[in-house]
Design a protein around this ligand. Structure first.
Ligand code: GAP
Length: 518
């Protein structure tokens, strides 16, 4: 039996575990890494594929109203003009003249708020606070630095997530003069340029010409590939509104400040659905249904329900075409942040493509006997953010008895069996009895026909169990003397409880199938 001690890993713990066990490596590691890019190792690629396959199975195969698509990463540049990405997919950016580093202006500037204090009877003060948990540490450090320069004292302390921040009172003039111009890594103040808009799309050239007519973009979202193919899918399939098109694939964004490991990277994968509905459908109810379905799915792959939140975008923050957006958030190691965006985009994208391509995007609804451009609900989920959430949720430290019955600390990954990299590990109890090893190997090969399994013959059985616990293999099957001498079947050990049951080999396969495939 296990005695759970702690289960909230820091990002550093996860990054170290990912590297040590072969889940995720920094990209181009031998050259010192490449910021914002990652490589998935032998265990990582299994976990990632299992997440994508579970999503595809539940949202495409198990539904009659959603079909799949795999569109190209580089598409006609006009698509990105029509979608608004060429004109508007940008972040404000500032450069530091001293360090030559580049920052996102909206993440850098310390927020100033007026407040009215009872003591000073309605006089206005400016207080510097740290607002976002995402960059709390950087902002807190910056506030302190500016306060030192201006000889300001800390008025009070408070916490944002795990970061200690300080409230420092600035006058409006201080704020304007100092906080907007000082590079966080610079020695001297007044080093930052004015903010400029920086388009996040990666540019490339297609064909032999190097002029601007050859400019193309790596897609910053998979969604536009769906809109661009909507007509093809409607014309060739027998699908009727309401219906969805789903796509899983790479997306690229030249993020100014990639951060928090896999959370914000420059190359990532998305799992997106465009769900087309009638213009007069009750979109609020359909939106709610999608939010609930998405929450259920996250729970089905092992995320704790209490870690999932809803962030409803207020009306003034919605894009001009959006009728409503709710982000599902997750309690990541660096704070509560967006995991899954579920947006009602109206008919903005299809209308734009109709206008820019000159091709009709209208759909003829046979039941209603009318033509319309469908509206759309868009659940858009990042594979890498899901991967990070799954890792954080699975990480557990506890104590279990060792071979001598004394308590021993262990760290384990409690992956849901659906997405665990290896489903079953098979161990012959000893390695120097050929008959036993051969029997175990035959059983292992039977299991291998169905699942990704692990074969381990070396070391004490307790050590072998522990190795599997650390990489999250949910079941360990041991072939022992009773298996071969008495035909007594095999034992199956449960990773989380460490409890064991003994079953015949056929029963064991049926039992595992029930647990793994549901
Ligand atoms: N088609 C809509 C769209 O792309 P988004 O909110 O920009 O919307 C959707 O992105 C999801 O993609 C996010 O909720 C997140 O899970 C993931 N995502 C976005 N940018 C990312 C990045 N730089 N690194 C990792 N994942 C990212």
């Amino acid at each position: 039996m296990s005695n759970e001690a702690s289960s909230t890993p820091t990002m550093e713990t996860l990054i170290a575990l990912c590297k040590r066990r072969g889940f995720v490596f920094p990209s181009s590691d031998v050259y010192g890494g490449y910021q914002g890019f990652f490589d998935f190792g032998p265990l990582g690629v299994e976990l990632k594929n299992n997440i994508k396959n579970a999503w595809w199975k539940d949202f495409v195969h198990r539904r009659d109203d959603i079909v799949g698509l795999d569109s190209s990463i580089i598409m006609h540049p006009k698509i990105w003009v029509a979608s608004g990405h060429v004109g508007g997919f940008s972040d404000p950016m500032v450069d530091c003249r001293e360090t030559k580093l580049r920052y996102r202006a909206d993440q850098l500037f310390i927020q100033a708020y007026t407040f009215t204090s009872e003591e000073t009877e309605n006089q206005s003060h400016y207080v510097t606070v740290v607002e976002s948990e995402d960059n709390a540490a950087a902002l807190a450090a910056r506030a302190k630095k500016i306060a030192k320069l201006l000889s300001k004292k800390t008025e009070a302390k408070f916490s944002v997530g795990e970061t200690e921040a300080e409230i420092i009172e600035f006058t409006e003039a201080d704020h304007a003069q100092q906080t907007s111009a000082w590079g966080p890594d610079a020695e001297a103040p007044e080093t930052l340029t004015e903010p400029r808009d920086f388009n996040l799309m990666f540019e490339t050239k297609v064909g032999p010409l190097a002029d601007s007519s050859a400019t193309a973009y790596l897609r910053p979202e998979t969604a536009q590939g769906i809109f661009a193919n909507y007509k093809n899918v409607v014309d060739t399939g027998r699908i009727k509104v309401p219906f969805g098109i789903a796509q899983v694939g790479k997306a690229f964004r030249n993020e100014i400040t990639p951060r928090n490991f896999l959370f914000r990277s420059r190359e990532f994968e998305q799992m997106e659905i465009e769900y087309f509905i009638q213009p007069d459908a009750d979109w609020q109810s359909l939106h709610r249904e999608w939010i609930d379905k998405c929450i259920d799915w996250l729970v089905s792959i092992g995320l704790p329900r209490e870690g999932i939140g809803e962030d409803v975008h207020p009306a003034h923050k919605l894009s001009h075409y959006s009728k409503g957006t709710t982000d599902l958030t997750f309690d990541f190691p660096h704070g509560v942040q967006e995991l899954w965006g579920i947006a009602c985009r109206g008919n903005f994208d299809l209308s734009q493509h109709q206008e820019h391509s000159g091709k009709s995007m209208e759909y003829f609804d046979e039941q209603q006997k009318q033509k319309y451009i469908p509206h759309v609900i868009e659940p858009s989920l990042g594979v890498d953010r899901t991967f990070l959430a799954v890792l954080a949720a699975a990480y557990t430290e506890d104590e279990i008895p060792n071979d001598k019955g004394q308590p021993e600390k262990r760290s384990l990954m409690k992956f849901h069996p659906r997405i665990a990299p290896y489903k079953v590990a098979v161990f012959p109890l000893v390695k120097n009895k050929p008959e036993l090893v051969e029997h175990a190997r035959t059983f292992y090969e039977r299991l291998q026909n169905r699942w990704n399994c692990f074969w381990d013959v070396s070391g004490a059985i307790g050590r072998r169990y522990r190795r599997q616990d650390e990489i999250g293999t949910p079941y360990g099957v041991t072939v022992d003397f009773d298996t071969i001498e008495k035909g007594a079947g095999v034992t199956i050990r449960d990773r989380d409880t460490t409890e064991q049951i003994r079953l015949s080999e056929d029963e064991a396969i049926a039992w595992l199938s029930e647990k793994i495939d549901g």
